[in-house]
Design a protein. Structure first.
Length: 289
């Protein structure tokens, strides 16, 4: 099976304490594609995004991964993927004109009901009610579409992300979404704004702004100096991380470059396994650690 066809990834790792085992599941919740000129923009930003509207050609299909971490302190879900409701006529009706136009004409979605979060969890025998907490890297619709399956489960968000809401539309969230904002007031390595999500301080919410002002990545610390970094959209792929290349749709190129610089700096002292949301090579990268 090719990387583009594989929709689940599994890896069991040894915890930082070198005793416990932690399970990592990657679940692909559909795919999306954006305009080629937006995907490969030299100067990201609003003008480049608007210019891409005249482009007729879409880029390659990108996977939309969500992650499940089965940890001694609970089961954590990172992001929730796309909802198949994006295919329903009128789904974006309540948004402002420009946003509605963008979602309906400038981005393509490909997701079936059986690829949504609930079905993918069932596929790997993970019960929805076993999830302790949901952690969102940011609030864009390809990361929040599965919230409809997660009523009452705490949904943790960087306070900065919730306040700024760059390119996000909470009106699409279910009314019973249990949002809990976190202040990032601790430090991890070269990252000044972090929050430890576990008592043992081996699961860390890290502020990596740029894609949005409140964008975060999540670091899981393993043994032997290994760090599994669930990067959201800080860079769409590991190749783009290394090149510091971003799509037109990011909020701040300078901040995004700084976030990538810090990740690359961390990689000089830690064994980083970089797992962004839209990288087809996550399959090989996680399985071949």
């Amino acid at each position: 099976m090719s990387n583009s066809e594989q929709d689940t990834i599994y890896r069991e790792i040894t915890a930082e304490n070198e005793i416990d085992k932690i399970k990592i599941w990657g679940l692909r919740t559909g795919k999306l594609a954006i305009k080629k000129s937006a995907m490969h923009s030299i100067k990201p930003g609003l003008i480049s995004t608007l210019f891409s509207f005249i482009d007729k050609e879409f880029g390659d299909w990108l996977p939309v991964w969500v992650w499940v971490i089965v940890h001694p302190e609970g089961t954590f879900l990172i992001d929730t993927g796309i909802s198949s409701e994006v295919h329903q006529e009128g789904y974006f009706k309540g948004l402002d004109f420009l946003s509605r136009y963008y979602f309906e004409t400038q981005i393509k979605f490909k997701i079936k009901n059986e690829e949504e979060l609930d079905a993918m969890l069932k596929k790997v025998d993970i019960e929805m009610n076993s999830i302790s907490k949901v952690i969102l890297t940011h609030l864009h619709i390809d990361h929040t579409g599965g919230l409809k399956h997660l009523s009452k489960i705490p949904v943790l968000v960087n306070e900065k992300e919730w306040k700024t809401k760059d390119g996000s539309f909470p009106k699409l969230f279910p009314a019973n979404t249990n949002i809990q904002t976190l202040k990032l007031e601790r430090k991890y390595e070269m990252f000044e704004k972090c929050h430890f999500l576990t008592e043992r301080k081996d699961l860390i919410l890290i502020h990596t702004p740029g894609h949005t002002r409140g964008h975060s990545s999540i670091a899981l610390l393993g043994n032997n100096n290994q760090v599994y970094l669930f990067g959201g959209d800080v860079a769409y792929t590991e190749e783009k991380l290394n090149k510091k290349a971003f799509s037109a749709t990011i909020k701040n190129q300078r901040e995004n470059q700084k976030s990538c610089d810090k990740i690359l700096e961390l990689a000089k002292t830690k064994r980083i396994v970089f797992l962004p949301t839209h990288d087809i090579d996550n399959v090989q990268r996680l399985q071949n650690v």
